[in-house]
Design a protein around this ligand. Structure first.
Ligand code: GLN
Length: 447
């Protein structure tokens, strides 16, 4: 399996989905064979896996798509990755991403952009675009990404695979390089509900190294068609405008399939969603400005020489961070500074609470909510790189879920023909906190 995966990665080098190979992979595969011969049963025995390049795996380079960490080698392994290894998986390498997970297209990586396997002139989505493209192209059957505002779900939709953002706290963040700590979650990409279930049973669980991780047992199963009978599905009204015809059709088809399988479908309003993108960026950027303060060349990665310590730090950050990361550090610092904190950050925190409350209210009447994952399918490379606000708007359907801490799954739901290209479209299901299992069961019911 490892040899096959390496062959496929080599053959698909033009996608630029993989930024580095794990030198210890063959040794890991050998250890799995030994454990199997010793009679162990391993749920992921020998399964080759790629992990996003912001997840630490001891002995691998972890660059976060940034020049500033281009030489950084992890000294320890993230709990999520360790759980995969303990279950017999083999980590074959690291997947490309937007710098520090900031972006929706995987174009801001210091390693260059990842291409969408469905149409190489288009983006795979982001920020976990490498992980999504790799699974879509069959390089590995599953992969790991991270989702702060949609970075697992949106690339899953644009690449035609499943992508799950778990309830905040269900998967340990220990060893995930922080972007916005109150929003970040690691999540799996897969090509079937069964594979998602397999992954989540291994990934979820309490970790003493992450104080926000939850002690909730994981019982993920694929779920059959009968899972959908009697399910109360609420379509989020605010997500019904501004979508391309193909996205509208995919949502319509999905609702038809749900009704056909015995679910009831209604419509629900979450008016505060109009503030979701603004609120998200006013929380994500301040948290990022604080988290990224540690990259000053003194401890991690590249250090630029300067006349004195301050000079060296300044030059290191100036040369090491890309434009988007610098923009976010500046906006984030501004929103946290005295005199502006009350006007921006503190307001955003209040709206965050309102959004979470409105979701909770919607779940009084519905078992799951549904929206498109993205208002449009994969866009062309370069189309949004000079317009940050257009790039931020790509997350209009996903960011609110992180603000509320909820689980959400993007499910492949059809295709849209655009200028001769057949582009995948995804639909997003949202469940109440801790009901991640419901989403995977539902996805199985729809297959
Ligand atoms: N695109 C969003 C952002 O740039 C979400 C990124 C993510 O989920 N990591 O912040």
């Amino acid at each position: 399996l490892l040899t096959q995966a390496l062959g496929r990665i080599e053959a698909a080098r033009d996608l630029n989905a993989v930024v580095s190979l794990h030198e210890g992979a063959a040794e890991q595969a050998g250890r799995v064979e030994a454990r199997l011969s010793a009679g162990e049963t391993l749920p992921l025995a020998g399964v080759p896996i790629l992990v996003k390049d912001n997840i630490n795996v001891a002995g691998t380079r972890t660059t976060c798509g940034s020049r500033i960490l281009s030489t950084y080698v992890s000294s320890y392994t993230a709990t999520a990755a360790q759980n995969l290894l303990s279950a017999g998986a083999v980590i074959v390498g690291k997947a490309n991403m937007d710098e520090f997970a900031m972006g929706s297209s995987t174009e801001s990586s210091a390693s260059g952009p990842t291409l969408n396997p469905w149409d190489r002139s288009r983006v795979p989505g982001g920020s976990s675009g490498g992980s999504a493209a790799a699974v879509a192209a069959g390089l590995t059957p599953v992969s790991l990404g991270s989702d702060t505002g949609g970075s697992v779900r949106q690339p899953a939709a644009l690449c035609g695979v499943y992508g799950l953002k778990p309830t905040y706290g269900r998967v340990s963040r220990y060893g995930l390089v922080a972007y916005a700590s109150s929003l970040d979650q690691i999540g799996p990409f897969a090509r079937s509900a069964a594979d998602l279930a397999l992954m989540m049973n291994v990934l979820a669980g309490h970790d003493p190294h992450d104080a926000t991780s939850l002690d909730v047992p994981a019982h993920f199963t694929r779920g059959g068609a009968d899972t959908l009978r009697g399910l109360r599905v609420g379509v989020v009204r605010e997500s019904l405008t501004g979508n391309t015809p193909g996205v509208e059709a995919a949502l319509r088809d999905t609702l038809g399939a749900l009704r056909g399988a015995g679910a009831s479908v209604g419509e629900v309003g979450i008016p505060e969603l109009k503030y979701a993108v603004a609120t998200y960026y006013l929380i994500a950027m301040p948290e990022a400005s604080s988290n990224l303060a540690r990259y000053d060349g003194m401890v991690y990665g590249q250090r630029e020489p300067g006349a004195d310590v301050t000079g060296s730090m300044t030059l290191t950050r100036e040369k090491g961070f890309g434009r988007e990361v610098q923009r976010r550090i500046m906006i984030g610092t501004y929103a946290l500074s005295s005199g502006y904190y009350d006007a921006y950050y503190s307001k955003a925190m209040k709206v965050r609470r309102l959004i979470a409350d409105e979701f909770a209210q919607a779940f009084a009447d519905y078992d799951v909510l549904v929206t498109p994952t993205s208002p449009f399918p994969a866009f062309r490379r370069g189309e949004k790189t000079h317009d940050p606000l257009a790039m931020y708007a790509a997350d209009v359907d996903t960011v609110a879920i992180n603000l509320a801490g909820l689980p959400a799954l993007s499910v492949p739901a059809g295709f849209e023909e655009v200028q001769g290209a057949r582009l995948p479209v995804g639909v997003q299901f949202i469940a109440p906190a801790l009901h991640d299992e419901r989403l995977v069961a539902l996805a199985g019911g729809l297959e």
